[in-house]
Design a protein around this ligand. Structure first.
Ligand code: ATP
Length: 238
């Protein structure tokens, strides 16, 4: 049975003020895929994710999740449909405990919330060890795992991950990416933005490259990784 398109973005235009940042973006993610969204700083990756999550209003074009229109839908409803953003910079609540941060992610699902909190603590043993500590005391890697766990509490069908590796040590990044890879066996579809392009492409099935708000390339992760002419677009000439 061919995987169907779960997330579809068509001709999306969005920005801040008069100047669009996204100039008509087209992107599809099929059920069960992990798709990498690459692009230099400022290419518009976060803007696209924030539009999808209902946190930023698009100007034109369309976004659908399993046939449901996403544009002009409040963020909470988008979460309810199963599209969940793990935002850039983790955005954990530093004064709340690890446990309470995880619980917050399950606000739409009170019926099995506590059981699912325990599943998250099983998944991330370091969070279990620190469950009663304030989240602000965690290391960067632990905070990222907390942000992912909080996102998973919302029962995502599609998880949007914005720069999860940012500021983390290589060993922690490897651990984090391994945990993302494991999510794929749980029928969670992933759209991953990350500056660690090589690692993201090693994990992803397909990839899109965004440059100045437009998709300049798409293909299998292997195709994108092999195309040296693209490296500048997604590495910013580094
Ligand atoms: P980064 O990796 O730096 O987050 P990105 O590809 O995610 O890059 P965006 O964060 O989407 O890019 O930013 C795209 C453009 O929009 C940039 O030029 C940025 O300066 C601008 N921008 C982002 N957020 C705002 C905002 N709140 N107000 C005005 N301009 C913004």
């Amino acid at each position: 049975q061919p995987a169907r398109e779960l997330l579809a973005v068509a001709d999306l235009v969005a920005g801040y003020g008069a100047d669009p940042v996204l100039h008509g973006v087209n992107l599809q993610v099929r059920s069960g895929e992990m798709v990498a969204l690459l692009g230099a700083n400022g290419a518009g990756k976060s803007t696209l994710m924030r539009c999808l999550a209902g946190l930023h209003a698009s100007q034109s074009g369309s976004m659908h999740l399993d046939g449901h229109v996403l544009e002009r839908r409040p963020a909470e409803e988008v979460v309810g449909l199963g599209l969940v953003l793990v935002p850039e910079g983790r955005q954990v609540f530093p004064e709340l405990s690890v446990l309470d941060n995880i619980r917050l992610g399950g606000f739409l699902h009170p019926e099995d919330r506590e059981a699912r909190v325990q599943q998250m603590l099983d998944r991330y043993p370091r969070l279990r060890e620190r469950q009663h500590q304030r989240a602000g005391l965690l290391s960067g890697g632990e905070q990222q795992m907390l942000a992912v766990a909080r996102g998973l509490m919302a029962k995502p069908r599609v998880l949007l991950l914005d720069e999860p590796s940012l500021g983390l040590a290589p060993k922690i990044i490897a651990e984090l990416f391994a945990s993302l890879d494991a999510l794929r066996t749980e029928a969670i579809t992933i759209l991953l933005v990350d500056q660690m392009a090589g690692l993201a492409l090693a994990l992803a099935d397909r990839a899109y490259v965004l440059e100045n708000g437009s998709v300049v390339a798409e293909g299998t992760a292997a195709q994108i990784a092999a195309d040296e002419s693209l490296a500048e677009a997604y590495l910013g000439g580094k």
